[in-house]
Design a protein. Sequence first.
Length: 217
Amino acid sequence: MSRAAGAVRALVLGAPASGKGTVSSRIVRKYQLQHVASGDRLRHHIMTGTKFGTQVKAYLDEGKLVPDDLVIKFMLDELARVEGSWLLDGFPRTAVQAEQLWKLQPVDFAINLNVPFDVIVDRVKGRWVHLPSGRVYNIDFNAPKVPGKDDETGEDLVQRPDDKPEAVMKRLQIYKEMTEPLIDFYNKLGILEEFKGSTTDEIWPQVVQFLDVKLKQ
Ligand code: G5P
Ligand code: MG
């Protein structure tokens, strides 16, 4: 797959609810990249009842990973449709996914969000999402203007089935086993940037400082 001149390819890594979606939406707004979030795109298929959505629903509901063969093909097809610069969120999540992506669409840099686990577990309780757009809210952090309604469309917000405590614990355990090793994968490639903090507002200025230089704004 060819790359347009000057196009940037980047990805965000981090544990479940570490703020990947929140930071990504700030990045894409400020730096005009396209947000390609695997979870949002999978949930969209589930919501609209496609054949693929039916195939993957149980994995998401239970907090398990969608098998590599299914998700790799899906995400590479999604990326092939994106023109210009993009920011991946939630993909890759296993060594096999990272290797395939690196082979076919090597990224310029990987941003890792390092947020303490106890902070994360607390956050999901207050998360509400607008499924059609992937916009995410939190009653303690960025509450919607009208409770239960999306700020832009006024449509209903929902809680994710995988935000139930047992699914969250499963997701954190899978993250530790399968996804955390990717930090090392990108570190060895010399393209990892780590940002540490307990809140997105603490992490965000560090990200801006890095991207202002990296993207020469
Ligand atoms: P997802 O959708 O990729 P996760 O588990 O990786 O799901 P998640 O839960 O979407 O990640 P996030 O995007 O890292 O979390 O975090 P977020 O939504 O921005 O923030 C979490 C909450 O905290 C929000 O309510 C937000 O408002 C709030 N918040 C943010 N910052 C702060 C703060 O500073 N303070 C406070 N108080 N709150 C804050 O994947 C879902 C499933 O899809 C499948 C799997 O089944 C997966 O479990 N999947 C894949 N399967 C296989 N391979 C892949 N590559 C897959 N990708 C997805
Ligand atoms: Mg997310």
